[in-house]
Design a protein around this ligand. Structure first.
Ligand code: PMP
Length: 350
């Protein structure tokens, strides 16, 4: 910290991303990437764009990609907002759509970027405890608030909530924006996008980082009422009017034009998730039911921290959070069958 820092930066507690180690050949199961990689059509589209005109600025509104996403999700292009990863979409919506008269509500165990955005924009956040079974209880989201946000499935628990519960939250808060962060929705959940025309206070965010295996391309989006999207556009145009570069726009569009690749990729993750769950249970783990591309598990006898360290010594990395209530848990990304076998062998040896 130095005298040159602004007062607000002195106060800022930044997000700490999961480790991206430089060591080759690790079994990397710590940041919920998709092990199968993107569709070859995505690579071809990016290569074609590379040969074209990087000299030129990209389309600031990303109209072609917005049209693709609108068609895919049966909404209008003016209901779609694009960002450089869904993290950027989240950053903008905290600024554009949350009120400051009451605290923003989010679950007490959830994506740790939410409190960071509260800190960045100086809005109060309130963590609402999960139930004993690590679920979100919609009844807890009827208290006064400046807006609500939660992932579905939740992270890092993997627990999923049906749309009827989300409707309860939406109906209890007609004057406030409710954001459903669907980073992991494609691994067995049902999207709330089908509710956006019924609820003008609903905004759904998704990412291409997980099911579409494009974490490196940095593309995310939000879908909601055009009024909400207009507010997001105001913030975007006051921040970076070209959030998506030409390669990202071209690659992301192609990702929605290979449905078979997408379907197979999700099916592969889901079936490996069930296999990993069973193996872990056989080894004495309690595994929370997951509809994400990771599982959240604790051993009935062994310490989470020791297990994570023991795996690391074998070149396998999983995520351990040193936080109250979840310090015994490990968040394990579902990898390829070979990676998952290495994980199970790793646990067997500890
Ligand atoms: N929301 C949740 C719940 C996440 O876990 C992540 C990934 N870390 C994101 C949003 C952000 O994803 P991205 O910025 O890669 O789109």
């Amino acid at each position: 910290m130095s005298k040159f820092w602004s007062p607000q930066v002195k106060e800022l507690v930044p997000y700490v991303p999961g480790e991206q180690p430089k060591i080759p050949n690790l079994v990397k199961l710590n940041t919920n990437e998709n092990p199968y990689g993107p569709s070859p059509k995505v690579i071809a589209a990016i290569q074609a764009e590379l040969n074209d005109s990087l000299r030129l600025y990209p389309d600031p509104e990303g109209d072609t990609l917005r049209q693709t996403l609108a068609d895919y999700h049966s909404v209008k292009p003016e209901q779609v907002f694009l960002g450089n990863g869904s993290d950027e979409v989240l950053a903008h919506l905290f600024y554009a759509l949350f009120q400051h008269d009451q605290p923003i509500l989010y679950p007490d165990i959830t994506y740790s970027f939410y409190p960071v955005y509260c800190g960045l924009y100086n809005v109060e956040g309130k963590a609402v405890p999960l139930t004993d079974s690590f679920e979100i209880n919609p009844e807890d989201y009827t208290q006064p608030n400046g807006g609500i946000i939660f992932p579905n499935p939740n992270a890092p628990t993997g627990r999923y909530m049906g749309l009827e519960y989300i409707e309860t939250i939406l109906q209890a808060n007609p004057e406030r924006v409710v954001v459903v962060d669907e980073a992991y929705i494609d691994f067995g959940g049902e999207t709330a996008i089908k509710l956006v025309d019924l609820y003008p206070n609903l905004l759904v965010t998704q990412t291409l980082s997980k099911a579409r295996s494009l974490a490196g391309l940095r593309v995310g989006f939000a879908i909601g009422h055009p009024d909400l999207i207009e507010a997001l556009n105001r913030v975007k145009n006051s921040f970076n009017s070209y959030p998506l570069d030409r390669l990202a726009l071209a690659g992301a569009k192609a990702a929605y034009e290979d449905e078979e690749w997408f379907r197979k990729s999700c099916e592969g993750v889901i079936s490996e998730r069930e296999r990993v769950t069973q193996s872990l249970e056989g080894l004495g783990f309690e595994v929370l039911p997951s509809k994400a591309n990771f599982v959240f598990a604790r051993h009935t006898e062994k310490s989470g921290e020791d297990l994570a360290q023991g795996l690391r010594e074998q070149g396998i990395i999983v995520r351990h959070f040193n936080k109250p209530r979840i310090s015994e848990f490990l968040r394990i990304t579902i990898g390829t069958a070979e990676q998952n076998d290495a994980l199970i062998r790793g646990f067997q040896s500890l």
